[in-house]
Design a protein around this ligand. Structure first.
Ligand code: PLP
Length: 377
């Protein structure tokens, strides 16, 4: 007989319709500072790449640890993908990157994993700038995160974001371009057309409302299907999603998500996520991917190293604790034998939830569930 789930701890903040009637907060202003806002971060990567005047054969340098969607967006934009090494601690192997840039210059995509800044960000930005190479900061995990007092995304002339990972919205991704910092000869402009028509916007608004009015019941049914009865066979149903089925780019963010996003209070979000990180850090015994939470970091998750990850995921799911896995499958273009160290990253990193809507009781519950999941008995 299946156990009763006592509490549901989601990996991402759920959409909340009450946000629609609240008054806009600080983020409403910041939204207008993005060059373009799309339905997802991958659109921003696609158009960032399209906006650069890349000659045939010029590679875009991508990290060896990735989710694949970012690699595919680059390829779909017509560019060639090259890879640089990510060290076992998830930092960029700067020597490897510079060697490759010297041999074959091309734009660099830099990922700040799970909201944690790449330690070499300032140096890498300086090296790219000295070579007149555009740096693209991939802040898909790092909305509101700062490094050495500067917001992530400000180190590079181009930055991309995925609002839907941090905010309680189900779509939204941003592109920010500082045109003045890109050599004129390597830019063909980033004025991509806004493809979301009024009719499309209206249709999506109805879909949004449909999802929301069905609200908690659907969420519960979905969770039951995903984490309840199905949890033990979850490993078998996990699919390789590095190349998404739908690969049309350029749809704008839905009006509802834009409205909800504008309610975000970045300071409060950062504060809650940091508080939740500390609560988990005090409780979790498993080895952490990042040993401490530096000043200004807005963590997306609490990543740990685990053996037997599929079993731990299933056991946590049985308790109602949703987890997240990043980069389980490398993009097929990555030569796996040249990057053997990425295997452990793909296989053993497990992300625990810590988003802003979780309360101390949720974190205690998740911590206890993890203890049980990791106990040898
Ligand atoms: C590092 C990274 N970059 C970019 C993306 C693309 O973001 P989105 O899912 O919003 O398209 C993702 C997620 O898929 C990601 O993890």
């Amino acid at each position: 007989m299946r156990k009763q789930i006592k509490r549901l701890v989601s990996a991402f903040p759920e959409v909340d319709l009450t946000h629609v009637i609240r008054s806009p907060k600080q983020f409403a202003h910041s939204l207008s500072e993005y060059t373009r806002i799309y339905t997802a971060g991958r659109d921003a990567i696609f158009f960032a790449c399209r906006g650069l005047r890349l000659e045939a054969g010029v590679p875009v340098w991508l990290p060896s640890f990735h989710c694949g969607v970012e690699v595919q967006a680059i390829l779909d934009a017509g560019a060639v993908a090259g890879f640089y090494r990510i060290r076992p601690d998830l930092s960029v192997d700067e020597n490897d990157l510079l060697r490759k840039l010297d041999a074959q210059p091309g734009p660099v995509l830099l990922i700040h994993y799970f909201g944690f800044p790449q330690p070499g960000t300032r140096r890498i930005a300086a090296q790219c700038s000295a070579r007149k190479i555009p740096l693209i900061e991939d802040c898909a995990h790092a909305l509101f995160s700062r490094h050495e007092g500067t917001p992530l995304g400000d180190f590079a002339p181009i930055a991309i974001y995925s609002f839907r990972k941090t905010l309680p919205v189900y779509d939204g991704g941003g592109l920010r371009v500082q045109q003045g910092r890109i050599p004129a000869e390597s830019s063909r402009g980033f004025e991509c057309p806004e493809l979301s028509s009024a009719a499309d916007g209206l249709m999506r608004l109805f879909k949004d409302l449909g999802r929301r009015t069905a609200g908690p019941m659907l969420t519960r049914l979905y969770r039951r299907a995903r984490f309840g009865a199905e949890s033990r066979s979850r490993e078998q149903v996990r699919a390789n999603t590095v190349i998404p089925e739908v690969r049309s780019y350029g749809t704008g963010i839905s009006k509802l998500s834009r409205r909800i996003a504008s309610q975000a209070d970045p300071l409060k979000i950062v504060e809650s996520r940091r508080r939740n990180w500390s609560a988990l850090a005090a409780r979790v015994q498993a080895p952490k991917v990042f040993s401490c939470l530096g000043e200004g970091i807005c963590p997306l998750f609490f990543p740990i190293w685990v053996k037997n990850r599929a079993k731990v995921i299933a056991t946590l799911a049985d308790s109602g604790v949703e987890t997240f896995v990043f980069g389980e499958f490398a993009h097929p273009l990555l030569p796996l034998d040249e990057y053997p160290e990425t295997k452990r990253m793909r296989d053993d990193i497990l992300c625990l939830p810590l988003h802003q809507r979780l309360r101390p009781v949720d974190l205690r519950y998740a911590g206890a569930a993890l203890e049980r999941a990791l106990s040898p008995l």
